[in-house]
Design a protein. Structure first.
Length: 535
């Protein structure tokens, strides 16, 4: 709990607090503009709030930078902090030697942890802010007591309500699952909107399914045709290949014969000259008895015959070369026929093109149907989770409603004698109602709101209340006296501002005096001076 607050700008430099009731008193004449609400707002600042910067800017403008130090005590240990309006997002952890400066969020997490909030419970500020009812915050409308500010939507109030009663655990899992599923739904919706996938209505889906069957049937027929074509084509090609191969073999044999004839002709043209004596001398090395002169005469005869036939040999050579060239060209042509024949197997281009076209359409139609089924599944999942959320939430809200109504009835019967009409809160999925029933007087309405706050203090882990003077202004004195008794009996903390204490009975005056942490008056202003009057 908050034990002490120190501020150099305050008229009292040190304020001390206890559990239960803590009172800031004003003068008996009810003088205003003395700083009561500003001091309560400073307490809100100590409890990690932001409103002092916005709602008490006049204080900062007139007294300068406001720095506070606060001590909290938890389980016997004291923790000290410092925070300044000069840099309100930074909090100094004075109890820590190393890295004492931390963020405001870290400070809020510290308060959440040390006050014993559950792991998945409300954040510290979400829990306390609706119940710090200080002038200027506009959260003291007795007809909308759960609103932190007048226009706060129920969609924000409801989760905080469930978290404070520790009934958000199962719902949190469902909400997380719904969020993830809705994310998938939005991704799919984006694909439909961008035209990547065609969205199908129920009627269109039926037509697409019928078309898919037609496509599958047509593709199957083409596959069968291609298989038959392949079988027939192979048979035809094999027979054709045998003919072409036989033709090539004949051509190769003919080429071989012509090439041999050309070689002999070349030899005759090349070696048909007279052999000189030197060559015969070399022959004698191997055959000493050879008759060289007779060989020379024979060679001379042959040379004479060769000279006569040389022109004819040249003509034959030219003819052979022409025939060989023609055969080689024919062989190359035959080889190309064999290659084309092999390539022709399995290439009925018309059927293949048609099958590709149908396959592409089949894929598109199948994707459209598949994505519609995915969308239908996701939509169904979102709807199913939403139903579970509503069921879970309705059950939890009913439990909270029962607890609050029972507790409020108890407190109203303590505040008022004679069987008073208790308020009733109604919690639904879409809204809440706070009914004052037959007793709609202004004072009773504010008392009903205090009964609600005390019920929260009792039934939840809410650690502290702050009630400014405006909360009590219209309530009957006798009811306020009993309200103070209830404040003082709690083991949590309640901070209030009240004036005209002398109107209460003596026992109440003594209670207030014993719980007083600061007394202000026209001659004792909260920040030591007034800036409300014209100069």
């Amino acid at each position: 709990m908050l034990r002490e607050l120190r501020c150099a700008q305050l008229i009292e430099k040190k304020l001390e607090f206890n559990s239960g009731l803590n009172v800031l008193t004003g003068p008996d004449d009810g003088a205003n503009s003395i700083g009561k609400s500003s001091v309560l707002m400073l307490l809100d600042f100590a409890f990690a709030g932001d409103d002092f910067i916005k709602l008490c800017s006049d204080v900062i403008n007139n007294v300068g930078i406001v720095t506070i130090e606060m001590d909290f005590v938890f389980d016997g240990y004291k923790y000290s902090f410092s925070r300044s309006t000069n840099d309100p997002k930074v909090v100094s952890f004075l109890s820590e030697v190393d890295s004492p400066e931390k963020s405001l969020d870290e400070y809020r997490n510290f308060l959440k942890s040390t006050y014993g909030f559950p792991e998945h419970g409300s954040s510290f500020r979400s829990a306390v802010n609706p119940f710090f009812r200080i002038w200027g915050k506009d959260n003291y409308n007795p007809n909308k007591p759960l609103n932190s500010f007048p226009s706060e939507p129920y969609s924000s109030i409801k989760p905080n309500l469930l978290k404070l009663f520790s009934l958000y655990g199962d719902l949190r899992v469902l909400v997380k699952e719904k969020t993830a599923t809705e994310k998938k739904k939005n991704v799919l919706k984006g694909a439909f909107n961008e035209g990547y996938i065609k969205s199908l209505t129920t009627k269109q889906k039926g037509k697409s399914e019928a078309r898919l069957k037609e496509l599958e049937s047509e593709i199957t027929k083409i596959k069968i045709s291609l298989e038959n074509y392949s079988i027939n084509a192979n048979q035809i090609i094999n027979e054709e290949n045998l003919k072409i191969k036989s033709e090539k073999d004949d051509l190769v044999n003919s080429l071989f014969l012509l090439q041999n004839r050309l070689k002999r002709t070349d030899n005759n043209l090349t070696y048909g000259n007279t052999i000189n004596k030197k060559n015969f001398d070399k022959l004698k090395v191997f055959f000493p008895d050879v008759y060289a002169e007779k060989l020379a005469k024979v060679d001379l005869f042959h040379s004479g015959v060769t000279k006569i036939l040389k022109a004819e040999l040249r003509e034959e050579k030219a003819l052979l070369e022409e025939q060989i060239g023609s055969l080689e060209f024919e062989i190359r042509s035959v080889e190309l026929k064999l290659l084309e024949s092999a390539r022709a197997v399995g290439k009925p281009s018309g059927l293949v093109d048609k099958m590709l076209e149908l396959s592409s359409e089949e894929k598109d139609v199948r994707d459209q149907i598949r994505f519609r089924e995915i969308k239908s599944t996701i939509d169904g999942k979102v709807s199913e989770i939403s139903d579970k959320i509503v069921e879970n939430s309705t059950k939890s809200l009913s439990t909270i409603e029962s607890k609050l109504n029972s507790a409020m009835s108890k407190y109203i019967n303590k505040f008022y004698k004679g069987n008073p009409v208790p308020p009733k809160i109604k919690l639904t999925e879409t809204r809440y109602e706070f009914n004052h029933n037959e007793d709609s007087g202004t004072g009773k309405a504010y008392a009903n709101m205090i009964a609600l706050d005390m019920s929260y203090l009792e039934e939840t882990y809410l650690p502290v209340l702050i009630h400014d003077l405006i909360v009590f202004s219209n309530i009957e004195d006798h009811a306020i006296e009993d309200i103070f008794e209830e404040y003082s009996s709690t083991n949590k903390q309640v901070f209030i501002a009240i004036d005209k204490v002398n109107r209460f009975k003596e026992v109440t005056q003594k209670l207030v005096k014993s719980k007083e942490f600061l007394a202000l008056g026209s001659d004792k202003l909260a920040f030591g001076k007034s800036w409300k009057k014209r100069t």
